[in-house]
Design a protein around this ligand. Sequence first.
Ligand SMILES: Nc1ncnc2c1ncn2[C@@H]1O[C@H](COP(=O)(O)OP(=O)(O)OP(=O)(O)O)[C@@H](O)[C@H]1O
Ligand SMILES: [Mg+2]
Length: 455
Amino acid sequence: MSTRIPAPRLLIVDDELHVRESLSRWFIEDGYEVDAMPDAKEALAALGRRNYDVVITDIKMPGMDGLELQRRIREVNPKAAIVLITAYASVSTAVQALKDGAYDYVTKPFDPEALSRVVAKACERMRLEEENTRLKERLEASTPELVVGKSPAMLKVMSLVEAVAGTDTTVLIRGESGTGKELITRLIHSRSKRCFGPFVAVNCGALPEGVLESELFGHEKGSFTGAAGRHKGKLELADGGTLFLDEIGEISPKVQVELLRTLEDHKITRVGGSQEVPVDFRVICATNKDLEEAVRAGTFREDLYYRINIFTITIPPLRDRPEDILPIAQHFLQRFAQSMGRKVTGFAPEAQELLRRHPWPGNIRELANAVERALVVCREGEVHREHLPITSLSGGGPVEHESANSLPLEEIERRHILRVLDAQGFNISRSARILGIDRVTLYNKIKRYNIERRV
Ligand SMILES: Nc1ncnc2c1ncn2[C@@H]1O[C@H](COP(=O)(O)OP(=O)(O)OP(=O)(O)O)[C@@H](O)[C@H]1O
Ligand SMILES: [Mg+2]
């Protein structure tokens, strides 16, 4: 987490050359980065080009004076601290300037030491303010959304989270698509001692091998065509925080080897580089894949499997914890009603029944989508079954379950495929994975059953 603090930037505005020169020299020696301008117009131009931490300006200057300059700076760069230089006679003006938001003023003839202290204090205040903002942002990022659900299965998950969060143990989160693996990962990070450190997520399934490698480990300038400059990888960016390796089951054998090495010695080597860089992060992995099967099939290294399979949390699918369905649906109803400005109060009994009986192959994500779509069509009052997109999907909701015994096998398959596709937003790869078939097979079935994307 070590970041070099850059030199504070200073802009000096004075119409007298010798003042500009002597102040520049003085502050450069003090370690500041300094620019000096002879009038307000040029100062504003400079402020348009880059940001300054502190602006020191004379009040009395030909053309636009220091006070007007201050007002203009407030508009373009409200964060910059402004220090005014004034002749003794106009102290009352300077006091007014303070009320208008100047940081401080010094009177002429001024003691450079005193000016130096004022500027140093201004920089310190800016640094604290920035740090504050940064901490606030991190706190917000590390406060995850509410995890709803009091089923015994979810209580078990929460107690495992509680037990492991404060440690640096590697965690493996397992569960079907949409069960809340990322949510639980963020919760662990937010309850860990690394909560003020970064949370860095990498979706290992989304990137081709070469890209994933440089995404994880970073690269040195010119290490491959298109590598313009040195680029820090996610492993380095996660230093001091938590690294989330999502869809860990998807990484290629080559990257598996490199990852294993890093997890063992906590060092990385950027692609095209030779220097080893130490890294310090906690690893949380997630997968919806059968890793044991992948190990048996030889596509996932056994040593890496043991390295990540230390503390496993398995999130059960929603259909195995039906008592969570309504509370989670209510939670999303409230959230979407608020963001869409709908006066929807709850679910009518028959809608509740439908929600409870639906198998939710896409789990919480599917449920969230269903509630969101219900609120698009239901503007106020209660959500009824005709508002829920699952009614038509499952061919009449609960009725389908009752009469499933009399349905031809193909019809059951067609309906199941449609449900999964719908839950996954018609994402073919994910749907195929959930259905346990390859994409070509899924395409063929979509064609055969004449399945069309619903809007
Ligand atoms: N128990 C819960 N309470 C409230 N919201 C939840 C709960 N579980 C999951 N969610 C929400 O459901 C959505 C899907 O969860 P998340 O992205 O964590 O699932 P996932 O397991 O990572 O899915 P995938 O395998 O598809 O990546 C998110 O919007 C998440 O906030
Ligand atoms: Mg996820």
